[in-house]
Design a protein around this ligand. Structure first.
Ligand SMILES: [Zn+2]
Length: 334
């Protein structure tokens, strides 16, 4: 994995470089946590950043389920587990988050089904609908891995209209029942990294902490998340595969590059519609892109020229704007 090439381009990892993005996700989730993150203050920042990102994803996922072909149960749970952290970070993470053998609740999206059910940060989930998610604490030789989180998220995605959680709270056993909301699939993962980036891999959306720091407000964050969600929701990865567009670096050659550019514009347009549906300010898409693109060159031919991209975004923003202008003032975006 040559991290150098995953630079300050929100679109770079998606889906043009899906293979590598997946590799990064598999190999080094949370790997980029510097030792300094072990300080209490930084664990608190990680929790807050996780919650901020998950809250945007939650709001987008339930905004208009008619936009997505398949629906999943959405809970508002923001989860993590010890094995995601590099070995040298685990003792500090265990202490900061009371993480043990279960799946930890790092935070809960406000007003979500999980919040309504009474789930709280630092609850430790032991089983979901009777299926145990308890696992031995990983040894110091076990590298960081996302595998266990993937299995847990898959259980939640396949859950029914009620989800029963057996939880340890401060050492005492509790049981909670979550009534999930139907939503578009939006499993969003925060990756601590100094690189401003976000990408979609067909199932997950990954956003780095540096990107979270770069966005000026939650409207811009919503655009980043919605753009990547669009790649997953619209099945761009499968579509490009079916069209025979090669993955990896070959993707940037010939007719494949043109098809990838089309998916980028399509994801931008979908993102603007999703933002509007969720009550975000669609014009933030143009503001984000104008600022983000400044000074960044795109030698990669899979990426539309920035002016063309901004022009296409403006058209879409005006379209959703005029559609929304007849709405009552009370529906104004936050
Ligand atoms: Zn993209």
């Amino acid at each position: 994995v040559k991290e150098d090439s995953a630079e300050t381009d929100v679109y770079r990892g998606s889906p043009a470089l899906l293979c590598r993005a997946m590799l990064i996700l598999k190999l080094s989730l949370l790997f980029a946590i510097a030792p300094v993150r072990a300080e209490a203050n930084d664990w608190a920042s990680l929790r807050a950043a996780d919650n901020r990102l998950a809250s945007a994803a939650y709001r987008l996922s339930i905004a208009d389920i008619s936009l997505c072909p398949t629906r999943v149960p959405v809970t508002g749970l923001v989860l993590h587990e010890l094995g995601q952290y590099p070995p040298r970070q685990r003792a500090a993470a265990a202490a900061a988050f009371t993480l043990g053998r279960g799946i930890g609740v790092i935070s809960v999206v406000p007003d979500s089904p999980a919040a309504r059910a009474g789930i709280a940060p630092n609850d430790e989930i032991l089983s979901i609908d009777g299926k145990s998610v308890v696992q031995a604490v990983p040894g110091t030789l076990v590298p960081a891995s996302f595998d266990r989180m993937e299995r847990t998220l898959a259980i939640l995605r396949g859950a029914g209209p009620e989800i029963r959680l057996d939880v340890s709270r401060g050492g005492s056993a509790r049981t909670f029942t979550i009534i999930p909301m139907p939503g578009c699939a939006a499993d969003v993962v925060l990756l601590p990294s100094h690189r401003r980036n976000a990408w979609a891999d067909g199932t997950y959306v990954v956003v780095t902490t540096a990107m979270l720091d770069f966005v000026r407000n939650d409207d811009e964050l919503a655009f980043v998340v919605a753009h990547e969600l669009a790649h997953d929701i619209l099945g761009h990865r499968d579509r490009l595969d079916a069209a025979g567009v090669p993955r990896g670096l070959l993707r940037s050659l010939g007719v494949g590059a043109k098809r990838v550019r089309e998916t980028e514009i399509e994801a931008d347009r979908f993102a603007v519609r999703l933002m509007a549906a969720a009550g975000y300010r669609p014009a933030a898409a143009v503001e984000f892109w104008s600022r983000f693109a400044r000074g960044v060159e795109f030698p990669d031919p899979t990426h539309p020229p920035r002016d063309a991209r901004i022009a296409a975004l403006k058209v879409e923003v005006e379209a959703v704007g005029s559609a929304a202008s007849s709405a009552p003032d009370g529906a104004a975006p936050k």
